[in-house]
Design a protein around this ligand. Structure first.
Ligand SMILES: [Fe+2]
Ligand SMILES: [Fe+2]
Length: 291
């Protein structure tokens, strides 16, 4: 079931939230439906208090009613309330060459999944979800989202604050240039400044299909894994490239999370795409003979 209201309250303690991300569901090309079915069974057993989906819910659902209806039905079958924020595969993104973000595309998301941002109170925490794909767009909805962030933080009533995003703040360093891996540089700097000002405790994101846990001056930065596919790598960069989800436990002002890799999950490895792209680039540069 999908939660549409913006501010909800839960009661007894401790509370469990599951964060799932980058499910990339698709009725026509159900490449990753196997892991989703295992995930659904896992939710039947775990029965968390809330599910938060941090985007790329679809493989290619932008402005596709049939695709989004199928996914909404899958979400509605779960025995848990769900809050979802969109990813670039769902609504396009700022500066996206193929699917630039637009108010129409945001509206399409809202038709199927409700608001593209949220505020939710649990234990002594205020959890805030933001639409990262709109940042830097200059659209009216971006202005409204900055107001949403300020209002939700200012009215937190002394609760601790956690933020959920699709795109991570940055991949390597907070001052890195804009790239397709993280936030556009200017709104990133503004967002980090506001997170510091409001003493945000953690930022949980998706998009990169890997798990990582680091700290930025006291703000925990947690990358949620995907249930769809990974890009295997031998890089020693602190990331775990395995499929799974995160189980968050909130108790009073304390929070902890676990990376869960359910039995039966398949690590679909899409690293062949990068190898193919590298080979094509080498051929184009004359460094490799075409076959
Ligand atoms: Fe993704
Ligand atoms: Fe993404």
């Amino acid at each position: 079931m999908l939660v549409r209201s913006l501010v909800l309250q839960l009661g007894a303690m401790p509370q469990t939230i599951v964060q799932v991300s980058d499910t990339h569901l698709c009725e026509i090309f159900p490449y990753f439906a196997d892991n989703w079915q295992h995930f659904a069974k896992e939710m039947e057993a775990l029965k968390p208090d809330l599910l938060i989906h941090t985007g790329d819910i679809s493989l290619s659902g932008t402005m596709d009613d049939q695709a989004m209806r199928h996914i909404r039905n899958e979400i509605d079958r779960l025995p848990v309330q769900c809050l979802a924020i969109p990813g670039n595969h769902d609504i396009g993104t700022t500066g996206g060459p193929l699917k630039p973000i637009s108010e129409e595309r945001i509206g399409h998301w809202q038709t199927h999944f409700g608001e593209d941002r949220f505020a939710f109170d649990i234990e002594d925490w205020r959890l805030i979800g933001l639409n990262t794909e709109i940042l830097g767009s200059g659209l009216p909805s971006e202005d409204l989202q900055w107001v949403h962030l300020e209002t939700a933080c200012a009215n937190a009533g002394g609760r601790e604050i956690g933020i959920f995003l699709h795109r991570p703040l940055f991949e390597k360093t907070p001052d890195e240039p804009s790239s397709r891996w993280s936030l556009i540089a200017e709104p990133r700097a503004r967002l980090i400044e506001r997170l510091r000002a409001h003493k945000v405790r953690f930022v949980a994101s998706g998009h990169l299909h890997r798990y990582r846990y680091i700290s930025l001056e006291g703000i925990d930065l947690v990358w949620c894994p995907t249930t769809a596919f990974v890009t295997a790598s031998t890089k020693n960069d602190g990331c775990i490239r395995r499929v799974g989800y995160l189980k968050w436990t909130f108790e009073g002002r304390h929070v902890r999370h676990e990376f869960i890799e359910p039995d039966g999950f398949t690590n679909h490895d899409m690293s062949w795409r990068e190898k193919r792209a590298a080979k094509r680039a080498a051929i184009a540069a004359g460094q490799l003979a075409a076959e």
